[in-house]
Design a protein around this ligand. Sequence first.
Ligand SMILES: Nc1ncnc2c1ncn2[C@@H]1O[C@H](COP(=O)(O)OP(=O)(O)OP(=O)(O)O)[C@@H](O)[C@H]1O
Ligand SMILES: [Mg+2]
Length: 356
Amino acid sequence: MTESQPLTASASEPEERALEAALRPKNLDDFVGQQRVRRQLSLVLEASKIRGRTADHVLLSGPPGLGKTTLAMIIAAEMNAPLRISSGPAIQHAGDLAAILSSLSEGEVLFLDEIHRMSRPAEEMLYMAMEDFRVDIVVGKGAGATAIPLELPPFTLVGATTRAGLLPGPLRDRFGFTGHLEFYATAELELVLRRSAMLMDMKVNSAGFAEVAGRSRGTPRIANRLLRRVRDWALVHGIEQIDARGASEALDMYEVDARGLDRLDRNVLHALCTKFGGGPVGLSTLAIAVGEETETVETVAEPYLVREGLLGRTPRGRIATAAAWAHMGLAMPANAVLAAGQGTLGFGPDDGDDQD
Ligand SMILES: Nc1ncnc2c1ncn2[C@@H]1O[C@H](COP(=O)(O)OP(=O)(O)OP(=O)(O)O)[C@@H](O)[C@H]1O
Ligand SMILES: [Mg+2]
């Protein structure tokens, strides 16, 4: 196995891409979940087909692993159009973008991944290209510089971003449709897994799918990754049909627990409960207690723990919620009740740093 990231990481590694590509749904009907976005998008595409026009520019936003790249490919496929792929970080100069734009064919879909990471000058060139299908190519320097307008064939830009908030307003406004992808429900992940298992020629029963889905953090990428690990486990143990027990045994072995928490997540909760009585405790103190960098705890472990309502951020520090105590199988001390205070969990102002 070449995957070196934690199994629960939501981003993908280069070695994983080929495996992912094999499992990507190729059309909207095979794309599971995201009902709202799927319906809206399907309408946009249908309408443009009826009008015989290139589809409006589409912006896809949402956390890693929820299907932005997959949808971009589906858009091109549904429009029967060629697809060009590039990304914000790859476009550092306006010239890089000009080269791409000027070589597009009519109706082509241009997918710009991580569009929030494009350079400023390229971004400005993109505004004009999106709106008027035209770019100004600047030739020469200083006083002698001239802008040569270049007409572009109509194309569809599909932008993807994990950080929609970072996109400048003028860029966001030029998209005709914005689809925001949400985390998947467990039942939807089960469907993703069913499809993947079929493609991977695995036999898993319903309870087995449910077990894997429940540990997948609402993310198809993680679901598929866990499924591959379950497949390894079954292969080595000579197990033909995977049930809930098999799936949970396999994933327990990889230290992904019933709620999708990995080792770091559990260490954080464990320290919070056993060393600090459930908090509040400052982030950096908590990080030291688990032997990790503050940033790792904050960016790797915390978001999912907060999302799951296991950890709360309060002005006085991090606290374990009642659900966290229960999940860790620990009895919540009576004086920790306050820490499980209602309402603002996860939304309180960041404690910034320790106050100890
Ligand atoms: N709705 C879905 N149905 C089935 N499989 C899906 C769905 N969404 C995502 N997947 C699978 O999850 C994997 C990751 O999806 P994708 O690469 O599209 O995510 P992404 O949003 O582009 O992530 P990133 O932000 O890291 O680029 C793919 O292998 C794809 O097969
Ligand atoms: Mg992607």
